[in-house]
Design a protein around this ligand. Structure first.
Ligand SMILES: [Zn+2]
Length: 165
């Protein structure tokens, strides 16, 4: 399960809207507890180095990644996942996403952005012990306002506000 607050959740979804029709990408920082529950405490936006084909490829600039990791550690946060968007494509991983995913134990969050609007967001845990037996397992995203506070209602409010726009 991936726990994320509304603020961070909306931030990564909005990022995909802002870069549409190109893919956005970024990093999820936080903690993984002993039960395997992953809690996002911040998200860091990254530049997409794949300017040649930015609508269906993403690659986080290694310099960005090192900086994000260093800044996170200073705050006691680890890299626990990555996110990117799929402009006008479903929120499902592609063969390329799988081939290029190497951080075992990390979450890969994908948001579908349809005609510029973020729709479905899914998260896939890169399970397995080695590169050879790695696999993506879909995991639940639990969106919350504050630690321990369930926010299904808050989410519904966000959704309905958007509908009224
Ligand atoms: Zn992808």
């Amino acid at each position: 399960m991936l726990k994320i607050r509304v603020k961070e959740y909306e931030s990564l979804r909005q990022h995909g809207e802002e870069t549409y029709p190109h893919e956005c990408c970024g990093v999820l920082l936080g903690q993984i507890d002993d039960d395997g529950v992953r809690t996002v405490t911040s998200v860091a936006r990254a530049g997409n180095t794949r300017t040649d084909s930015a609508h269906n490829r993403y690659n986080i600039d290694p310099k960005d990644l090192i900086r994000i990791q260093r800044e996170g550690r200073r705050r006691g946060e680890d890299i626990i996942g990555f996110y990117h968007s799929h402009p006008d494509h479903p929120a499902q991983w592609s063969p390329t996403d799988f081939a290029e995913a190497h951080w075992l134990g990390c979450s890969y969050v994908i948001t579908s952005v349809a005609k510029g609007k973020a729709t479905v967001t899914n998260s896939f845990l890169l399970a397995g012990k080695t590169e050879e037996d790695k696999r993506f397992e879909q995991e639940t995203i639990h969106v919350e306002n504050a630690p321990g506070e369930p926010t299904d209602q808050a989410l519904q409010e966000i959704t309905s506000t958007k509908d009224q726009r």
